[in-house]
Design a protein around this ligand. Sequence first.
Ligand code: S3P
Length: 181
Amino acid sequence: MTAPDIPNLYLVGFMGTGKTTVGRQVARELGAEFLDSDREIERTAGRPVAEIFSEDGEAAFRGLERKFIDEGHPARGCVVACGGGLIVPDGMLELLLARGVVVCLHASLAMILQRTTHTAHRPLLQVADRASRISELYAQREAVYRRAALTVLTDRRTQREVVAHVLRLYQRQLKLPARKK
Ligand code: S3P
């Protein structure tokens, strides 16, 4: 199947907000290609994200995220689930906005805590007090997440509802006719 010639949709937001699960489903609905920035970076680097963090440091990982956005994915036709910190460095959100539609998934801290329980692959959450770490990181990043104007609250919504909401926002943004189910 060839990906449709539609602008990319970038899903951003904190760890544990469901970007990958929702993104995969949204891509299926649009007939678009699905990409997860972490998986693409791992594939190119030949190492897991946790190893890139431990061997090269977070700044090197952020550089790989930037490279992935700059030159590592198709310019159209895909839904990209972005790692939680991808839009944090200056200019990254603007880069995504120039390339497509950006939708930010939000969840309460309690929900994030619950959804990141089995989280051995997330280097930033390998700490004794995960709850404090999450609140601290969230506080540092909240402003940038809020700047992504299209946001979807995921608490108390089924995955299906979140997917439908993301699709509506995307279609409204592009003024595409809504897909009939
Ligand atoms: C990170 C989020 C992770 C991954 C890396 C760093 C972050 O992605 O990119 O562990 O800084 O928030 P997910 O949001 O998909 O867990």
